[in-house]
Design a protein around this ligand. Structure first.
Ligand code: NAD
Length: 335
C-alpha cells in the first residue's frame, strides 16, 4: 500500500477549525481527513494567521509554515488542500503547480469567477496534476446510494427535479447544482433566475433550469444560511427519489396501481435496508489517493465539475440580475 504525503493551506473552518465544534461528530476538516485516512500522512500546514497556527499547535504535532514557499521547500508533498477564502484559490493553485505535487484538493467554489476557474482546470491538466473539488456530497453514502438507484433506472426516466437550499448561491448553491448534476447526469440547456437580494455579497437566487431531455429543475432558496434546508426530489416515470433532512434521509418511491381510483398510479414508499454510512471526508481523500496511485482514472468531483457548478451559478446570477431573462447554456467545459 503506497502512502502519500499531504499538506493543508488555510487553517480556517474547513481546513481545521470545524474540528473544534463539539456537535460535529463526523470528519469535518481537511486536517482530520488526512490524519484519519490510512493512506496519507499530514506533513505540514500553512496559514498566514499566527493565532490560527498557535491554536492548531495545541491540537496537533505537525510542521507549520507561514508561506507555501516555506512548506514546499522544506517538505516533499504529494497532495495539497486549498482551504483559503475563495478569492485566493487561483493565486495559491498557481504557486503550488510550480512544485511537483500530484494532486490538489481545492475547496468550493473553485474560484470567484469562471475565467480563473477555467484556467485552474487547464493548468492542472497541462501539468498532469489531479484536481478535485470538495463538493462533499459526491462522496456521501446517501447521495451515492440515490445516484446508483437512479442510474439503474429504479425511478424510470427522469421527468422533473425539485430542489431547496438555504441561500447564498456561490457558497451553498454551487453544492446544490453540483449534486443535481451528479444525480441526474444530464446537461443544462436553458435557465432563469430570480433574487430578492441580488446586491448582497453572495445573493440567494431561485429559478428554474431545463436539463437535456426536457427535465425541468426548480431551484428554491428558502431563507437564511443558518437554516439548513438542503433537499433534492427527483421524479421519474416509474418512481421518485427524495433526499431530505439536510441529506440525512433518502426515500425511494415507485408508482403502483392506485387502489383509490381506477386507471391511476400512486407513489408507494419502498422499504430499504439502512444505508451503510461511510465517512465522506475520508472517502474523498481515499478517492484522490486511488487516482494518483493509478487504481482509478478520475476523482468523483473533478475540476471540470467544480467549474460547471460555478458556471451554472454565474448564469443563474446573471439571469436574476436581468429580472429572470432566460439564458441559453452552451456547453460548459473547462478543458
Ligand atoms: N466544502 C464545504 O462544505 C465548505 C465549508 C466551508 C467552507 N468551504 C470553502 O472553504 C474555503 C475557506 O472557507 P473557510 O470558511 O474555512 O474560511 P476561513 O476564513 O475560516 O479560513 C481561511 C483560512 O485561510 C487562511 N489564509 C488566507 N490566505 C492565506 C494564504 N495566502 N496562505 C495561507 N493561509 C491563508 C486564513 O488566515 C484563514 O485561517 C472557501 O472557499 C469556502 O467556500 C467549503
Amino acid at each position: 500500500m503506497n502512502m502519500f504525503k499531504a499538506a493543508v493551506i488555510g487553517l480556517g473552518n474547513i481546513g481545521f477549525f470545524f474540528d473544534l465544534d463539539p456537535l460535529r461528530k463526523e470528519t469535518w476538516s481537511h486536517v482530520s481527513a488526512y490524519i484519519k485516512c490510512l493512506r496519507t500522512e499530514l506533513v505540514g500546514v500553512v496559514d498566514v494567521d499566527k493565532e490560527k497556527i498557535d491554536i492548531f499547535k495545541q491540537h496537533h504535532n505537525v510542521l507549520t509554515f507561514e508561506s507555501i514557499k516555506e512548506l514546499m521547500e522544506n517538505t516533499a508533498v504529494d497532495i495539497v488542500s486549498i482551504c483559503t477564502p475563495t478569492e485566493d484559490h487561483y493565486a495559491i493553485l498557481k504557486k503550488l503547480i510550480e512544485y511537483p505535487v500530484k494532486a490538489i484538493f481545492c475547496e468550493k467554489p473553485l474560484a470567484p469567477d469562471i475565467c480563473q476557474a477555467k484556467e485552474m482546470v487547464k493548468l492542472c491538466k497541462e501539468k498532469n496534476i489531479v484536481l478535485a473539488i470538495n463538493h462533499t456530497r459526491r462522496w456521501d453514502s446517501n447521495y451515492q446510494f440515490a445516484k446508483e438507484l437512479i442510474e439503474k433506472g429504479k425511478i424510470g426516466k427522469i421527468k422533473a427535479v425539485n430542489t431547496f437550499y438555504p441561500g447564498q448561491l456561490f457558497n451553498i448553491g454551487t453544492h446544490l447544482l453540483d449534486a443535481v448534476r451528479m444525480l441526474i447526469q444530464k446537461d443544462p440547456c436553458v435557465l432563469s433566475g430570480v433574487s430578492f437580494d441580488i446586491e448582497a455579497q453572495d445573493p440567494s437566487v431561485s429559478g428554474w433550469i431545463e436539463f437535456d431531455e426536457s427535465i425541468l429543475c426548480t431551484v428554491i432558496a428558502t431563507g437564511e444560511r443558518k437554516d439548513l434546508v438542503f433537499e433534492i426530489d427527483v421524479v421519474g416515470d416509474e418512481g421518485r427519489m427524495r433526499i431530505i433532512e439536510n441529506g440525512e434521509k433518502v426515500e425511494w418511491f415507485v408508482f403502483v396501481e392506485s387502489t383509490r381510483c381506477s386507471g391511476y398510479r400512486e407513489l408507494s414508499l419502498m422499504q430499504m435496508d439502512p444505508i451503510q454510512k461511510k465517512d465522506r471526508f475520508v472517502e474523498s481523500i481515499n478517492d484522490i489517493v486511488s487516482v494518483i496511485d493509478g487504481d482509478e482514472s478520475t476523482v468523483r468531483c473533478t475540476g471540470n465539475d467544480g467549474y460547471y457548478s460555478l458556471a451554472l451559478s454565474v448564469a443563474l446570477f446573471e439571469s436574476a440580475k436581468e429580472k429572470g431573462m432566460t439564458v441559453n447554456i452552451g456547453e460548459f467545459n473547462a478543458s
